[in-house]
Design a protein around this ligand. Structure first.
Ligand code: ADP
Ligand code: MG
Length: 320
């Protein structure tokens, strides 16, 4: 199988068939039609074998995650994803690996109405770079810098599950609770980007970001962009039953604070909009939890049961 057969077989018709794709895979560039009065939202993320996922990870999970992490970025902007490009570097072309990779990517793309419109395929150490593009009505995107003092800090879903899932995947954690183990592993291998909720939060939230590097690392970015400080009540962090079943409370707390890869959304919400936002989350079967508040200043104060608390763990940073 040469490069061109490979592209034709696995990547020429991936994801949704969209009328706004004037020209997709096969030419020098894709031609895409933007709706009127929209801002283009574009994000790119790379995942590297042995760094973002275990070397022996299932290719279906790799395909899913490579797209999911980008959809999560668009979700955090309140944007609607439409198109993706894929730069795939791999040591060799194995049909069964490519089959599973393309399936993981394509199933998620299809579920979100995203079309794969181009890419690049090269030989080298396994690295997957995906760019997602989408749109958002002009001027309405959820940026990090829009929060005000007094806005509540809310998060979707539960935190820390993916950290435990990674520990299970890498055999750093073992548990007799097979159901919890399966659920946590699933959260790591197949994260669910909160795309529908991100759009639903436009007009209610004042700022948003997705949690990819852990709350301890990510929250200061949102607070800082908005020129604010924050208080977080650590005992309010939403924890799944599965997470609590597999580890001691201090380990659970560390994962929830800093493990990363949760791909939940962190939003700033004026108190008067909390009820509407909670009901929109409810319609999407998504849990929403208030974990603290933004205020004047520039420090993030972590509190545990009313007392000051210093997280011992820090968010993920490739170069630290
Ligand atoms: P060029 O040399 O012009 O960059 P390529 O030979 O790299 O073209 O790619 C041929 C076509 O296949 C292009 O339309 C490109 O976008 C597409 N393509 C290449 N690799 C992938 C991939 N992994 N996924 C989707 N489309 C791809
Ligand atoms: Mg190329």
């Amino acid at each position: 199988m040469d490069e061109f057969e490979l592209i034709a077989r696995y990547f020429s018709r991936v994801g949704a068939d969209r009328p706004d794709v004037a020209l997709g895979v096969g030419d020098d560039a894709a031609l895409l039609r933007m709706p009127a009065d929209a801002d283009l939202a574009a994000a790119v993320d790379t995942i590297v074998a042995g760094r973002h996922f275990p070397l022996d990870a299932d290719a279906r999970s790799i395909g899913h995650r490579a797209l999911a992490v980008n959809l999560s970025d668009l979700a955090a902007m309140g944007a609607t994803p439409a198109w993706a490009t894929l730069a795939l570097t791999m040591p060799n072309a194995q049909a069964d690996w490519l089959e599973r990779f393309a399936r993981g990517f394509s199933d998620l793309a299809y579920a979100h109405g995203v079309a794969l419109v181009g890419g690049d395929t090269t030989a080298g150490p396994l690295t997957v770079s995906v760019q997602v593009m989408g749109h958002v009505p002009r001027g309405t995107a959820l940026r990090r810098d829009g929060a005000h003092a007094g806005d509540l800090l809310v998060v979707t879903g539960t935190l820390g599950d993916s950290g435990a899932g990674l520990a299970i995947a890498t055999h750093a954690l073992s548990t007799a609770d097979a159901t919890a183990s399966r659920e946590l592993l699933e959260r790591f291998e197949y994260p669910a980007p909160r795309v529908a909720f991100g759009s639903a939060a436009r007009g209610l939230a004042t700022a948003a970001m997705d949690l990819s590097d852990g709350l301890v690392g990510d929250l200061p970015k949102l607070a800082g962009a908005s020129g604010l400080g924050a208080r977080v009540d650590v005992e309010r962090l939403p924890l799944s039953r599965s997470l609590q079943a597999v580890a001691r409370p201090d380990q659970v707390r560390d994962w929830a604070l800093a493990a990363g890869d949760d791909y939940e959304l962190l939003l700033a919400v004026p108190p008067r909009h909390l009820e509407s936002l909670t009901s929109r989350a409810g319609q999407l079967n998504l849990r929403l939890t208030v974990i603290g508040e933004l205020g004047r200043g520039n420090a993030v104060n972590w509190m545990l049961d009313g007392a000051g608390f210093a997280p011992t763990v820090r968010g993920f940073d490739h170069f630290r």
